[in-house]
Design a protein around this ligand. Sequence first.
Ligand code: UD1
Ligand code: UDP
Length: 378
Amino acid sequence: MLNILVVIGTRPEAIKLSPIVLELQKHSDKIYVEICITAQHRSLLDDVLINFNITSDYDLDLMSDNQTLEEISSKSLTGISSILKQRSFDWILVQGDTSTALSASLSGFYNRVKVGHIEAGLRTYNKWEPYPEEINRQLISKIADLHFAPTLNAKNNLSLEGVEEETIIVTGNTVVDSLAIASDSQPSKHIQNILDTNHPNKKIIAITAHRRENFGKPLTMICEAIKKLANKYHNECHFIYPVHPNPNVQGTAYNLLNNISNISLIEPLDYFDFIHLLKQSFLIITDSGGIQEEAPSLQIPVFILRNNTERTEGIQNKVGLILGTDKENIITEVSKVIDSESEYHQYIQASNPYGDGQASTRIVNKLLSYPYSEFVES
Ligand code: UD1
Ligand code: UDP
């Protein structure tokens, strides 16, 4: 029996690891899987697990209000290590570049448990953008035994850094697997009400923002640009902004964008509802990583509130545009696609460079066929 611990901390980890958990559970004759949630996120994370009907075996319940990187990293490291000391696992699976993912990798290494890194090889090579994620994922790559790269670009980054070729597998991004499941769900009454009541006959523009490097002035400029656009396109567009619960985001968004008739500031949506919102949207404006990967499957242009992106395939394929956080640039570029159909249609592409919906199967097959005799316990 192959013993696997899947560690989940935040909303995007839950979204991208859920299809892998479901796939692992299909092989219960060969695989014993347990799930540890650090609960670096609480409600955001719980909502996703409810969507996918997944229950955790260990809940470290770590989240505190406005937590620091040090707090969440040290508490996760200690909590995950205590699980690895209680029970013997062959693999620990981590996803992406969060504090939980880095701590879980380190716990695996300290306890001599092999580490599988999902979504390996994404890079900006800028230490501060995204912060702290760029360094988190580079450190995880140093520790991991298997690197599940979502794209060829990601694999090439790892190869150039000297990671052994036979440990890198190009899988596609599991977010495309998740999206297929979410797309098949029925819209809840909650999202149906939001879509029906706020903006009949208007173009919906969905917004999300939460990155640490955008706190303060950049987020203020983003909100001011949205306010100006909402005013300019009062009759044409309705902006729906599920506001991330991070207090640094809530404060700015509610201060600057409250009580504007064609802007709806709403609570974060559960994952399935959010996908239903995206499906009805004309445009997505975001600093999120995962949303950049979802947009092409839904054929919706994604404008990115960052100075650079590790998801370069979308820019090359012209499904997205890097806006940065300059207020005037945001207004200019968003206005172009609202004003001109031909400008808009250049961003609609038929294929998704990030995956084909089979990533979870590839990952689980690789784990099942891994040459276990190579591992030597000291
Ligand atoms: C984290 C990740 C980031 C990821 C993002 C996804 C790190 C360093 N950052 O950033 O890579 O893109 O999650 O959203 O790992 N909060 C709640 N309820 C929740 C979740 C968060 O109230 O369910 C609030 C809390 O006050 C918490 C704060 O948000 O302290 C920040 O959470 P944290 O996970 O530290 O950072 P994020 O900005 O969410
Ligand atoms: N998402 C969600 N509800 C929301 C906003 C986003 O379920 O109200 C989903 C979205 O579909 C994507 C993921 O959350 O899959 C992205 O998470 P986030 O932006 O928090 O983190 P990132 O991807 O930037 O790490």
